[in-house]
Design a protein around this ligand. Structure first.
Ligand SMILES: *Cc1c(COP(=O)(O)O)cnc(C)c1O
Length: 425
């Protein structure tokens, strides 16, 4: 038994691959919308709650349009991401720019779009004022340093390059006030893929206490607090998903205990979740091509780490299933690999799986890599001349549309086109 949700059976996959050959990413629109609605329902005790979807997790405007329709915003970290959000119809303060070591052009674009600028350092107040002008609303990113533990992916806050120290934060708000800024917000992002509800509630409480301190020391009242991203997902089948209701009950309790008695309510609550919104509802669909039996047994699929690098980069677990063989015994142990010339090009290492038939042997097994709906294709690259695969959307009505085509040789050569000339002499 090897089960994890996947919306298509082998027959449906065979039909889809007539038109769109493997490998490809496929995202489940219905499941994403249902998840968004569960998140909104859980936060209903904060009436103006909004998630600014972290565009970097799944930077596709067809997906961002789903969020725009559901009232979610976007969190961007670069100029192209700002443009993607805009292209999807996300506007003004529904967009946050949470960047670091930010180039001037990004600040200019963000200000022009009316996006919320989330500053990463106290020196950026002057930088922004001189180069762009101060907007009416400014947010600061807080780095709690030794006051908060990070986790394995993101590291310790005191070693991280992001955000303001507590001291700088107080100074910064006072300075903004002096300069005539009228509206203020606070943000942090201290964890990545964290599944512990108490951890996230503690982060919220820390920010609420900080809001009280900021107010007492500077007179600044925050308009909203952005709790950041980093909500975990159960990559392993024996892990449990975040209980949204327990999470928001914990946040509400901290709010009622800290913000309300300080007379600072209402403060809006925002998040900028990426992974938990789309991660479990996207899959990398591949076909098993070769089988190699040497010191270990290898199954080679037609995608590689250029399509999904999380296993190689973070040693991350991604569950694998073989459609049509969900009920078969996990009788084999394979390393599931791609064709890139890097020994860590492995989607799974020593994984128990059903017996897989490759196309080289006359078989036709698909190998589906789960939880690839966030930080998946977006992290892909072209090393080894590998061309990244495209993306499909399984619509609510069951139809399948292409929302990004696979890369071509022409794409690979495109940046060698110098001023319209592609002549290597
Ligand atoms: C990456 C990132 C996010 C999203 O993180 P998830 O783990 O996908 O929720 C949000 N905010 C910032 C600043 C980020 O860097």
């Amino acid at each position: 038994m090897n089960q994890k949700y996947f919306p298509l059976d082998k027959e449906a996959l065979e039909e889809i691959t007539q038109q769109f050959p493997t490998p490809f990413y496929i995202y489940d629109e219905k499941a994403i919308i249902e998840n968004v609605r569960r998140i909104k329902a859980a936060f209903s005790s904060f009436p103006s709650y909004k998630n600014h979807f972290a565009v970097k997790a799944l930077p596709n405007p067809y997906i961002l349009k789903i969020f725009a329709a559901e009232g979610f915003g976007a969190d961007c970290s670069s100029l192209p991401e700002l443009l993607l959000a805009e292209a999807a119809g996300i506007k003004g303060e529904d967009i946050m720019l949470t960047s670091n070591e930010t180039p001037t052009a990004e600040y200019i674009a963000a200000k022009k779009m009316g996006a919320v600028i989330n500053l990463d350092d106290i020196t950026h107040i002057d930088f922004l004022e001189k180069n762009v002008g101060l907007p009416e609303l400014i947010s600061f990113r807080y780095n709690p340093g030794p006051l908060k533990e990070g986790n394995a992916i993101i590291g310790k806050p005191e070693e991280a390059k992001y955000g303001f120290t507590r001291e700088h934060l107080i100074k910064g708000y006072a300075l903004l006030k002096e300069k005539g800024v009228k509206r203020f917000a606070l943000h942090t992002m201290v964890a990545s893929n964290e599944l512990s509800v108490p951890y996230h509630v503690e982060t919220a409480r820390m920010l609420f206490e900080l809001a009280v301190e900021i107010h007492s020391k500077t007179g600044v009242r925050l308009e909203f607090i952005n709790l950041g991203g980093g909500m975990g997902i159960p990559y392993k089948p024996d892990q449990a998903a975040i209980d949204y209701e327990a999470l928001t009950a914990g946040i509400k309790k901290a709010y009622d205990e800290v913000i309300v008695p300080a007379g600072l309510a209402p403060i809006e609550i925002r998040t900028e979740w990426g992974r938990v919104v789309t991660g479990p509802y996207g899959w990398l669909v591949t076909r098993a091509v070769h089988k190699k039996e040497i010191y270990r047994n290898f199954i080679a699929v037609d995608a590689c780490m250029a399509d999904l690098m999380r296993p190689a980069l973070y040693d991350a677990y991604h569950h694998i299933t073989v459609p049509g063989k969900e009920e078969m015994p996990l009788s084999e142990v394979y390393d599931v690999v791609g064709s890139l010339c890097e020994n860590n090009d492995k989607f799974a290492i020593q994984r128990q799986l059903p017996k897989i038939e490759t196309t080289a042997e006359g078989g036709d097994d698909f190998v589906v890599i789960h939880d690839a709906g966030a930080h998946g294709r977006a992290m892909g690259f072209n090393y080894n001349g590998k061309l990244r695969c495209g993306e499909l959307l399984l619509r609510e009505d069951g139809s399948v549309v292409e929302i990004r085509r696979a890369e071509t040789i022409e794409d690979y050569f495109a940046t060698l086109d110098i001023n319209g000339v592609k002549d290597f002499n």
